[in-house]
Design a protein around this ligand. Sequence first.
Ligand SMILES: [Zn+2]
Length: 493
Amino acid sequence: MKLLSLGAAALSMLCLVVAQDGTGSIPTTTTASSYSCDPTTCKLPTCLCASQSPPNGLAAKDVPQFVTITFDDSVQPSLLATANQLLDVKNPNGCGAKGSWYVSMEYTDFSLVQQWYANGNEVADHTFSHVGSPSSQEIAAAKAMLHEYAGIPQGKIKGFRAPFLNYTAGTLSEISQQGFQYDSSATAVVDDCYWPYTLDNGMANDCWTGICDGAVKLPGIWEIPMYAVNDNASVPQLMDNYLAGSVSDVTEWSNTNFDRHYNGNRQPFGIYVHPTHLTNYPGLPDPSSLRQGVISFIQSLAGKPDVWFVSNDQLLQWMQNPVPASELANQSYMKCELPNTGKEICNGLEKIAISDVGLVSSSLLNTCNFNVASWGTCFNCPSVAPTLATPLPPLSVQSTDPSYRHPVPDNCDSIWWDPVAGQCLCTTASCAYKDVSVTVNTTTAGTTNSSKTATSSGAAQSAATTHENAGAVLLPTLSIGAALMAGAAAVLM
Ligand SMILES: [Zn+2]
C-alpha cells in the first residue's frame, strides 16, 4: 500500500490537469528508484534492460529513428479519416506509415477497426468503457469484442494502454495474465528516456509514483514508454501536445525534441493523438490549422534519412531482433504487400466507398443497430447491445441460418478469412497463421481479480491521470462538447 502515500502532492497535480488537455504536470525529473537489471543475464529476444542506448550494442547512428504515431479511444468514420491523413507519408522502403490505435468500445464502429487492421496498422486494447485502473473484465471485454466484431485475431491484440494513462501494478499484472505482449502507459521524460524494455526487473519509468519498487516483475512483458517532449518552458508535454501552444511554437519545440532523439541515442519518438481534437465537428472550433500543423511536422520528419513511421507492434518486432537501419527495409514486418485473395471477401480491404469521408467498406457488411449505438461488422450482430458484464451477447442469427457469418478461426488471419463462406483463402506458408493467444473468460473475469486491482491503485493512477486528457473519451459524434465537460468533471473528482 506504499503507492497510496502521495496524497496531497498527487491531488495538487490533478488540479493542474484540467486546465489543459493532457499537459502540465509530468515531473521533469525522475526520482531514485531501486530498478536494477543485469544485461549479462537479461538478453534478447526475451529480456532487455531499460537503457537509453540502442539495444545489442548498436551504434545510435546505425539504428532507425522510429516515429510512433498512436491514436486513442473510439474508432469512428471521421476519426479514422483524421488518422489516415496523419499517416499519409511513406517509409524509406516505399510502404506507407503505420500506426497503433488503442481502442475503447463505446461508439466504435468495428468494421472500421477491421479496415485499420487490414491496412497493416495495429489494433490494441484501451478497455471497454474507458476507465482508469481498469478491472480485468474491462480489459478482457474489449479484447473479446475486437476479436468478435472486428475479426482481429486474439494473438494480434498485443498491446494495452490504460485510459487516462491510469495504470497500476495490478494493471500490468493483469495484461500479463491475459496474454498481452506490452503496455504503453508509462511516461518517459528526458532523464528516463529509455528504449522499450521488458519488465523482468520491474518498471524503470514513473518512478516518482513508487511503481519502480520492484514489486512487479513480469518476465517477457514489454513496456513501451510514451516519450514526452518539453515545451518552451521546459514543461513535459505528452498527449495532444499541439494543444499546448501556437502551431509555430509547437512545431518549433517538437523539432527541438525530435532532434534530441535523432542526434542522440535515437530512442523512438512518439506523436500521441486523440483524433477528436483534430477532427471537424459542427458547432465546435475549427481544428484545421492544428491538424495541418501536425501533418506538416510529420511530413518534415518523413524527409529525413533513417526515419521510419511504425506501429508499436512493428517497433517491438525490431526490439526483439534489432538490425541496422540499412537492413530494415527487408524485414518481413516492414513489408506492405496486400493479399491477393482472388475474390471479394469481407476482410476490411473492400474498395466500395461509403459515406462522404472516402472510407472503404462493402455491401458485405452487416449493420448492428441498438438504441445506444450502431456499427458495421463483417461478422454476426449480437441480439442486444454488448455490456461490460456481457460483451458478447447471444448472436442475432443461428449458426444454421444462411446469413450466419463464420468467426475467424485460430489458424487464419482475418485478412484471408471469408466469413460468409467460412473459408480461409490463404493456401501457402507465406500467409499461414497460428493463434496461440491466451483465452480469457469474459463471463467471470470481472469479479475474480477486482481486489488485486483495487489494492494496487494509488499514486500511479493519480499521477497518470495527469497525462491522458479526459476529453477525448467515448465521444458520440454529435455531443462532443458535453462529453468534454463530463470528462473534465470526472478528472476533478
Ligand atoms: Zn483514452
